[in-house]
Write a protein that binds this ligand. Sequence first.
Ligand SMILES: O=P(O)(O)OC[C@H]1O[C@H](OP(=O)(O)OP(=O)(O)O)[C@H](O)[C@@H]1O
Ligand SMILES: [Mg+2]
Length: 179
Amino acid sequence: MQNDIKEVLYSEEQIQAKVSELGARLSADFEGRNPLVICVLKGAFIFMSDLVKVISVPLEIDFMAVSSYGASTKSSGVVKIIKDLDVTVEGRDVLIVEDIIDSGLTLSYLIDVLEHRGSKSVTVVTLFDKPARRAVDLQPHYKGFTLPDEFVVGYGLDFAEKYRNLPYIGILKPEVYEK
Ligand SMILES: O=P(O)(O)OC[C@H]1O[C@H](OP(=O)(O)OP(=O)(O)O)[C@H](O)[C@@H]1O
Ligand SMILES: [Mg+2]
């Protein structure tokens, strides 16, 4: 698996330090509220579990699974809900936890859905942001790292369902997906 990585961009330690920093900011900003924290599966599963441990306000969690990449390094442009939330978002302060914003299509679709369902507020935290590839105008409220225009894997992010279990984030060698 490691042999398929061209370059490690951020180590496990650097990621943990950033997650702690984001948790501290969110704890201060959500003081006195009881957010519904939504994990966007599958990619955000590791970030979500690390992040909620460093948020100190009472919160609830739920999961939504969406997919648009499949076994490709480019978005299909069609965002599919594979698993919906178990709870209603009506009147709730929602915090969407994403692993990466790339074209922005997944998130703009999700924000529309959650606003349409009557949430009180929708806030977005993403660990990684790849602004070079944006197809829609979208800025996260909180972000960890800005990435170059390369296909990355690890810390939850996959290519064709592989590499999610790498503890760091790295650039996938193009020959892996070009063959
Ligand atoms: O900004 P975008 O171009 O929409 O890309 C970002 C989305 O793509 C990935 O999900 P994917 O569809 O690969 O599903 P997965 O999380 O199950 O891997 C990633 O986890 C984000 O949710
Ligand atoms: Mg994926």
